[in-house]
Design a protein around this ligand. Sequence first.
Ligand SMILES: NC(=O)c1ccc[n+]([C@@H]2O[C@H](COP(=O)([O-])OP(=O)(O)OC[C@H]3O[C@@H](n4cnc5c(N)ncnc54)[C@H](OP(=O)(O)O)[C@@H]3O)[C@@H](O)[C@H]2O)c1
Length: 324
Amino acid sequence: MKAVCFDTPGTPEVMKISNCEIPKINDEQVLIEVKYAGVNRPDVIQRQGHYPAPPNHSKILGLEVSGYVYKIGANVEKFKKGDKVAALVNGGGYAQFCSSDEETTFKIPKNISLKEAATIPECFFTVWSNLIMRGKLREKQKVLVHGGTSGIGVSAIQLLKLYKSEIFTTVGTNKKKQFCENLGVQNVFNYKETDFYDEIKRKEKKGLDIVLDYIGGDYINKNINLLKSDGKLISIGFLNGSQANINLMKIMLKRLTITGSTLRIREKNYKAKILSDLRKIVFPNFENGKIKCYIDSVFKLKDVVSSHKYLEKGGHIGKIVLEI
Ligand SMILES: NC(=O)c1ccc[n+]([C@@H]2O[C@H](COP(=O)([O-])OP(=O)(O)OC[C@H]3O[C@@H](n4cnc5c(N)ncnc54)[C@H](OP(=O)(O)O)[C@@H]3O)[C@@H](O)[C@H]2O)c1
């Protein structure tokens, strides 16, 4: 089969399309004939050599796919050959075939196309795990999500709307600001033109309940200062660095929780629990149109290098997809 591989980490050009063995599946897995794979920032970070695949995960890039079940393991009960599915996978998505655990594979919600389905797993599993399971989000809370037009941002915002949250977000252009406002975000700050920290401080005297951050760097202390008593900072990435000088007195006095997680290394049962929640609470909202898959652009597999260059430039709104 054809798959995207690289020998040494580096710039997008290290990625080459090679001929590889079709992955073997165990008794609890399905083999998916991949039609689309989502392109995510973690793929870029892996390609750069900063996020290597965990042991036993495929070294081929790609954390989410959609396509057709091609083969099933002996103990698989929920799927048969030909089923139209999407899956959160342990790498291996940028390829013609990809193995997937039965527990993290799902039939595509009604009204969602194969192309759209490939954009669901990585971001919705991540935001559910962090906002709902770690953050214990409740209705009508005030939540800041940085980078509102990223794959993660758009998914988080739509989830927060289900919980009637008052949403705050940061973006880098006025076009992105307009997009987030159209999505229903009440407070959008172009961080290149206004200081989100001053603006939120002025408006929210008591502070915010939750901050979901993947920027880090100088945002870390601003996030902490913006939280109200018992607030939670949830870190899921560090585009601007993971180190900061923090005054723990503030954590103590405001009883803050600082937490974070990565999805990829979590055990299968944890991911299965997320999928079970998504099926109950989120998938019906894909079916009734309240939650949408926002696709910025689709690249052919042969143009995978361009897809990473495009993502790294950061002008996209929503998700980038590879057509296999
Ligand atoms: N922990 C986990 O399990 C997990 C899982 C998936 C993803 N992630 C992380 O989540 C992050 C987003 O992933 P993605 O694939 O959705 O990324 P993405 O689509 O590439 O988006 C990155 C976004 O960051 C924004 N940005 C850059 N600098 C910013 C700043 N100073 N302030 C506000 N926004 C800024 C960019 O827009 P502008 O340039 O316009 O600001 C862009 O929208 C990545 O760090 C990724 O590693 C973590």
